[in-house]
Design a protein around this ligand. Structure first.
Ligand SMILES: *[C@@H]1O[C@H](CO)[C@@H](O)[C@H](O)[C@H]1NC(C)=O
Length: 378
């Protein structure tokens, strides 16, 4: 029965109306999956990595990183973020991560402010037992690449934690800028990084960009998920990322220039993610926006996917498509990420590489691994 036929028959009106949300349902399914090994810098124990493609290589940013001791046990110091490269000359891409001086460079890649955030400690640990955990939640957004210089940005919420509990539920969000010159002679050198604005999004606001981002046709879309669980969206021209006045916000079904509050009605985009950490990207093959990641209350490697024709939605209901092995720690698997930049042809093929952090308790120490999995879709 077609839509028009239904409308023409008065008795069917109700049926048609309630069936309407289902009419565009589409879910990717897996044809083939393969565990390729662990992405790793052999000298570092490294948590929660995400990647983007930069100057023909994969550029990775990770959370807590630390060296190993002589017995290959993770040891001190811990620094709150690190970054590295991996090569994309082969298929599948290399597992080896390198650069940034590796274990020798024991300061956070994303710098702390000169004063505050307890940045005197490389992990942001404060004398009162709390910690400023400046952890990247999503991969850098590459906003321009003119063949000489690559520019990218990352938003990091200034999480203030005690143990794994948050002290400030909705901290301010800092904006970091990365710059990379193509063909740098030193293959180990990382993109230069600077803190543009410590409080780019203010305390108690929406951390746009921290939950994920996607660049398409000259526009950067930034997702933010405050502590109330809503997923809100902003957009900005790729050349104006540092200019607050250039941002627009998705509220009640249209773009507005006035910044909404985190508890305002009409900011949430249903199903734009499953609630946990993940990655947004645009798939040329599907001609759709994609989110891949973890459900909100989950510590398992249960990868979910949802798609949409527009970053504003409507998004499909996220569905499970791959289950990875969990580690032995209580929080056994998290930071589920997709890596569109690892595909040779961008996202033109019907495939995606995914990773997660597998957390194993070994000798009473947390050992992180980053399994890389190849997914071929039907
Ligand atoms: C969205 O619309 C609702 C209903 O009209 C209104 O109450 C709410 O304030 C609007 N949201 C914003 C952020 O203006």
């Amino acid at each position: 029965m077609t839509w028009i036929n239904g409308l023409a028959t008065g008795a069917l009106l109700l049926t048609v109306a309630s069936a309407a949300p289902e009419k565009r349902e589409w879910h990717p399914t897996v044809k083939n999956s393969q565990i390729l090994g662990n992405m790793a810098d052999p000298s570092l124990n490294r948590d929660s990595c995400g990647s983007c493609r930069m100057g023909g290589r994969a550029f990775w940013t990770c959370r807590d990183s630390q060296p190993y001791d002589g017995n290959h046990n993770p040891t001190l110091p811990v620094w709150s973020s690190s970054a590295s490269w991996s090569n994309l000359d082969n298929t599948p891409p290399d597992l080896f991560m390198y650069g940034g001086g590796s274990a020798g460079h024991q300061t956070p890649y994303f710098p702390y402010t000169a004063t505050g955030e307890c940045g005197e400690n490389s992990a942001g640990a404060c004398p009162d037992g709390t910690r400023y955990a400046l952890w990247p939640d999503s991969p850098p957004a590459v906003t321009s690449d003119d063949g000489h210089t690559v520019t990218a940005y990352t938003w990091i919420s200034k999480q203030h934690i005690r143990g794994l509990e948050t002290v400030d539920k909705d901290p301010a969000t800092s904006l970091y800028k990365m710059t990379y010159e193509h063909g740098a002679a030193d293959r180990d050198a990382l993109p230069q990084v600077q803190l543009v604005n410590e409080n780019f999004w203010l305390y108690n606001g929406i951390p746009y960009g921290a939950y994920g981002n996607v660049v398409k046709d000259g526009t950067l879309y930034l997702y933010g998920k405050p502590s109330n669980g809503k997923v809100a969206l902003a957009k900005v021209p790729v050349g104006s990322v540092e200019d607050h006045s250039a941002y627009e916000f998705w509220v009640n079904g249209s773009w507005t220039r006035s910044l909404p509050g985190k508890d305002d009605q009409g900011i949430n985009i249903d199903n734009a993610g499953a609630g946990g950490q993940g990655t947004y990207y645009f798939s040329n093959y599907w001609n759709k926006y994609v989110w891949i990641g973890q459900p909100g209350i989950s510590v398992a490697a249960n990868f979910h996917v949802t798609t949409a024709d527009s970053p504003t939605g409507p998004w499909e209901k996220p569905v499970l498509f791959y289950e990875g092995q969990s580690g032995t720690f209580d929080l056994g698997a998290y930071s589920l990420q997709a890596h569109p930049g690892l595909s040779h042809t961008g996202t033109d093929k019907n495939e995606i590489y995914i990773t997660y952090t597998k957390n194993d308790l070994i000798n009473n120490l947390n050992v992180y691994t980053t399994p890389l999995i190849y997914i071929e879709w039907n």
